[in-house]
Write a new protein. Structure first.
Length: 225
């Protein structure tokens, strides 16, 4: 029989599936170590640390409930925006965490529940995505968010972020878009690989394609995590 993989000791802040370790909570009747965890859905749960570390438990039970009764809107654009918003702010392993949760940006308690998020934001117009306004301040909450077009997102983007991420040769002022032979080229890099998304007459069209690609890759990265 294969040896069990030895994992690092548990510590506050470590994530296991949807669970984030909070603190040691003693031992159970069998002498097994217990920890208190906070689930991404907002619930706190106490569980054996070994079960969580070896992924026999990866949520407070909400994963099982979701599997039994899948949310009626789980395939909608609104649900995908909501789940990605939570991932960016709460999952330290998410590729965009450093720009959101890592900067102290959080999601209000009310929006831990999708039904509340949808009631406040409504249906997502085609070609739009969630935007904090102004982008450089505030958290994800009803008073600070809107559905925005790629151009509105660009106009609202943090100048410091653009300065840090754009190539010195960038001629558009938009990350992933550059001027070439009188037109605008759209490109994106994902997991070390560069993708050419097309060439466009209008900068707005190139920016929109880049923005949509970022969303698709973000979902792919989250699904494979």
């Amino acid at each position: 029989m294969a040896d069990r993989i030895k994992l690092p000791k548990m510590a506050p802040g470590q994530r296991y599936g949807r669970l984030t370790a909070i603190e040691f909570s003693g031992r159970d009747h069998a002498g097994k170590i217990l920890w208190k965890f906070r689930c991404d859905c907002g619930n706190d749960v106490t569980a054996r640390s070994a079960s969580v570390r070896y992924r026999r438990s990866s949520s407070c039970g909400c994963l099982q409930r979701e599997a039994a009764t899948k949310h009626a809107m789980h395939k909608t654009p609104e649900y995908k925006s909501w789940s990605q918003m939570l991932e960016r702010c709460r999952n330290k392993n998410h590729h965009a965490y450093k720009d959101y949760g890592g900067r102290g940006i959080s999601v209000c308690d009310r929006w831990f529940k999708f039904e509340n998020f949808f009631a406040d934001m409504g249906k997502r117009p085609e070609g739009h995505s969630i935007d904090r306004h102004p982008n450089n301040g505030g958290n994800y909450e009803p008073e600070n968010c809107r559905w925005a077009t790629p151009k509105e997102q660009i106009d609202n983007r943090r100048p410091v972020t653009l300065h840090k991420r754009m190539s010195k040769n960038n001629t558009s002022g938009v990350q992933g878009v550059k001027r070439h032979c009188g037109k605008w080229q759209a490109n994106i890099t994902f997991q070390g690989k560069r993708y050419h998304l097309g060439t466009f007459t209008k900068i707005e069209d190139a920016a929109a394609v880049v923005h949509e690609a970022r969303e698709r890759f973000a979902i792919m990265a989250s699904s494979s995590a």
